[in-house]
Design a protein around this ligand. Structure first.
Ligand SMILES: [Zn+2]
Length: 250
């Protein structure tokens, strides 16, 4: 297919030939973009280039984009970081892991979980973890059970939440609002809308980091694997197995 018109590398649009001057044709800059102040024009060109990058980047494109992630112009910087993050999500997560240090966490669970023997337990409880107090607690039926954790173990536990569970991404990974239900195929045939609205919160995570950032994840679907892993880890601290010899094989 032959494309009519001509591509402008500043605005990124295909425009009719008469929108270009003779010189503009060669330079791939349309008349209206030629009229822009140079600074503005350069910014628009860089932005267009970022937005038009292919999904799989060549080495050169990747190096160029990385540089733009540190650009002085905020609009360029933001667009470049977004373009980079969606192509290399894991790299971005690993970078973020260094910034997140959990200060306080509360996890409400209203769901069935499995114990270490695979038995189902019906849980309706709130777990709390506090770095400052070095305490893990669980409140169920108004009763609180709390344990003190040595600070080195607490530090390890909180690091594990960030590095292994990637807890700071749960919002992105798991948060499913009530509105999202409507997009789910499962609910397409639901005759009664109230069924959707009455869905109780299955689990909720509230977390505060040392840098002041706080997150909330509210979910109407059952605990995902990583959240279940967290619950069983906390249960392990709260209710350690008794009468077990340490390292019996040694
Ligand atoms: Zn243009």
């Amino acid at each position: 297919m032959k494309k009519h018109g001509h591509y402008c590398k500043i605005c990124g649009e295909h425009k009719a030939n008469e929108k270009f001057s003779g010189k503009g044709h060669v330079a791939h800059i349309c008349k209206s973009c030629t009229a822009m102040p140079l600074e503005e024009r350069n910014q628009a060109m860089t932005l267009t280039r970022i937005l038009n990058l292919p999904w799989y980047l060549s080495k050169e494109q990747c190096a160029w984009l990385k540089k733009r992630c540190h650009d002085d112009r905020p609009i360029i910087k933001e667009a470049a970081q977004q373009a980079y993050e969606c192509r290399f999500p894991f790299e971005e997560r690993n970078r973020q892991k260094k910034q997140y240090h959990v200060d306080h966490l509360s996890l409400m669970v209203n769901d069935d979980v499995y114990d270490e023997y695979g038995d189902e337990i019906s849980l309706n409880a709130i777990f709390r973890v506090s770095r400052k107090d070095s305490v893990i607690s669980m409140t169920e039926d108004g009763q609180e059970h709390a344990v003190y954790i040595p600070s080195d173990k607490m530090t390890k536990l909180l690091k594990w939440m960030v590095h292994h569970l990637e807890i700071f991404c749960w919002q992105e990974d798991y948060a499913l609002g009530k509105d999202d239900w409507n997009d789910d195929d499962e609910w397409d045939d639901a005759e009664d809308e109230s069924e959707i609205i009455d869905t109780p919160v299955c689990w909720q995570l509230d977390i505060t980091y040392r840098n002041g950032v706080s997150q909330q994840v509210v979910s109407y679907t059952s605990l995902p694997d990583r959240a279940e892993e967290l619950v069983s880890k906390l249960m392990g601290y709260l209710f350690p197995m008794e009468d077990e010899e340490e390292n019996p094989m040694e």
